[in-house]
Design a protein around this ligand. Structure first.
Ligand SMILES: Nc1ncnc2c1ncn2[C@@H]1O[C@H](COP(=O)(O)OP(=O)(O)OP(=O)(O)O)[C@@H](O)[C@H]1O
Length: 232
């Protein structure tokens, strides 16, 4: 088992030997148990890898979400998002709300859920990502970075609209969104209401092109209430 790197199976086998349960099982049940242990162990490892790769802002889970409707949380909508259907269909999710109302927490929790469903997720603060694209262009690694982003089943762009974009940043955002359009899902979180995103992008043709690709088919969550940081 060790040579074949069947580590989950090996662990289960050792437990069976130590507890002497192996003598109680017939061949078929024993084999099934060992194979199931191997499968569980691989899924667990894949989940850990996906979670690490996603680089979430919070290690938040959907079970921890405060579902108070006064905060703008709709149980049925969240339950639907948890199934991951929006990711399969490549639909965007736009989360807006004032600072501290839990946008990043919600996006991270949905991202973690997607990892548990075997999806490749990437989480970025948008400003930091657009600084990274600038550096990647200078270093000649832009193609690699865009390729990595395009391959993600779910891309989370947090803090959209905190600063205005320059022309190159607008074009980079456009390219990222275009690569994903109608194929892969993107979550965008912003303190600004969706109606003012046009002005944030700042150039009519690019704003039209970006928003046309994300707004029409999107799911929306508008979080309300006072900052959860203040409450704490
Ligand atoms: N559902 C929740 N349950 C428990 N704590 C939460 C929840 N949502 C958010 N928090 C906590 O509230 C604080 C603010 O949350 P978060 O960073 O997600 O807000 P935000 O809306 O993204 O803020 P900003 O716009 O300033 O980035 C964090 O400390 C977070 O841990």
């Amino acid at each position: 088992m060790k040579s074949l790197r069947l580590l989950g199976m090996e662990r289960s086998w050792k437990a069976l030997v130590e507890t002497r349960r192996m003598t109680e099982l017939n061949f078929e049940d024993g084999l099934q148990l060992l194979l199931q242990s191997e499968l569980d162990s691989r899924e667990e490892k894949r989940f850990d890898r996906l979670k690490k790769n996603a680089a979430f802002r919070y290690q938040a889970s959907v079970e921890e979400l405060n579902m108070d409707p006064k905060r703008g949380m709709d149980k049925a909508q969240i339950a639907d998002l948890i199934t991951g259907g929006y990711i399969e269909r490549g639909e965007p999710l736009l989360i807006s709300g004032a600072t501290g109302c839990g946008k990043s927490f919600l996006a991270s929790a949905l991202g973690l859920k997607a990892c548990s469903q075997g999806k490749k997720v990437l989480y970025f603060n948008l400003q930091k990502l657009l600084q990274r694209t600038k550096i990647a262009r200078l270093e000649g690694s832009m193609h690699k970075l865009l390729d990595r982003i395009a391959k993600a089943d779910l891309l989370i762009l947090d803090d959209f609209g905190l600063v205005n974009l320059d022309q190159q940043q607008r074009l980079d955002l456009m390219e990222i969104i275009e690569d994903r359009h109608a194929r892969s899902s993107t979550i965008i979180a912003s303190q600004l209401p969706v109606a003012s995103w046009y002005d944030v992008i700042g150039e009519d043709t690019i704003a039209d092109a970006v928003l046309d690709r994300i707004v029409h088919t999107s799911h929306r969550i508008e979080l309300k209430g006072e900052s959860l940081r203040k409450k704490r």
